[in-house]
Design a protein around this ligand. Structure first.
Ligand SMILES: NC(=O)c1ccc[n+]([C@@H]2O[C@H](COP(=O)([O-])OP(=O)(O)OC[C@H]3O[C@@H](n4cnc5c(N)ncnc54)[C@H](OP(=O)(O)O)[C@@H]3O)[C@@H](O)[C@H]2O)c1
Length: 241
């Protein structure tokens, strides 16, 4: 027998997928799971030499997601886009979320591509106050100080995407961990649950490529029951940056 058993005769059943932020810890999981499901995948990264996945249905695209030509060429060769672009917390203005979103919307509109999923963060939802004084304090410190410029730019991304005519879904996870996936929960706009497995986030994004339950809407996601200590979260997800 020849060929990939995941691909039926006559070619792949799944849309060609472009992943932005493909070389991040979530992006790599999206790419691997998409390949496992039978997609053809284009993985955009500024560091192709450091991208660890190789596959006959994978094309690694070298480039910056804020470069119009890079985005346009990549979009022209795909059917659907998942954006897991991320930026480190910084005091400097951040523009990578909003710029890549604008370029994606323009390019997808031009090339008549419809399905776009972008990842922002539960931290964008300032109307939601977590339970407990400590949780509220830590959220305020993250949103208004440590991560202010990142969250501001995520808000811009959400505004750009939600104003488009595309079939978009904005996915807001809580803090992400590398814990193995145990299954995700998804709700409109808001969900309780302090952390999410990146395995589960990747699965959610791929499951929703052809699921219209959160079409042109915000999906709040989490891994129910997953807990990590505040120290582990700080150590792995904030101090690493
Ligand atoms: N970490 C958390 O706890 C957390 C919580 C809530 C939401 N989120 C969001 O969830 C998503 C995934 O987060 P993550 O922690 O798994 O990944 P991440 O560490 O934020 O990495 C994302 C990737 O984006 C790529 N990237 C950044 N700027 C780029 C540019 N100009 N052009 C092309 N690629 C660029 C980088 O890859 P290259 O350098 O190879 O290009 C990077 O590896 C992000 O949107 C993040 O903001 C994260």
């Amino acid at each position: 027998m020849t060929g990939d058993p995941a691909v039926p005769p006559g070619g792949p059943r799944h849309p060609r997928l472009l992943v932005l932020g493909a070389n991040g810890p979530t992006g790599r999981r999206v790419v691997q799971q998409a390949l496992d499901r039978g997609h053809e995948v284009a993985a955009l990264t500024r560091h192709p030499e450091a991208f660890p996945i190789r596959h006959e249905r994978l094309r690694v695209v070298a480039g910056d997601a804020t470069d119009p030509d890079t985005v346009d060429t990549a979009v022209a060769a795909t059917d659907a886009v998942i954006c897991t672009i991320g930026a480190a917390f910084t005091r400097q203005p951040v523009q990578v979320y909003s710029t890549s979103a604008r370029l994606l919307v323009e390019s997808m509109t031009r090339h008549h591509r419809r399905r776009l999923l972008v990842v922002t963060s539960g931290g964008v939802d300032t109307g939601h106050q977590p339970r407990g004084a400590l949780a509220r304090l830590s959220r305020s410190v993250m949103r208004d100080h440590v991560g202010r410029t990142v969250y501001d730019d995520m808000e811009q991304m959400e505004a750009t995407v939600s104003a488009s005519d595309l079939d978009w879904t904005i996915v807001r996870p809580p803090g992400l961990t590398n814990s193995p996936g145990t299954g995700y929960a998804v709700a409109d706009t808001r969900i309780d649950g302090p952390v999410m497995s990146r395995d589960d986030l990747a699965a959610m994004l791929l499951d929703h490529l052809d699921d219209d339950r959160h079409l042109r809407a915000v999906a709040a996601v989490t891994t129910p029951g997953l807990r990590v200590s505040a120290w582990d979260m700080l150590h792995h997800e904030v101090l690493k940056r």
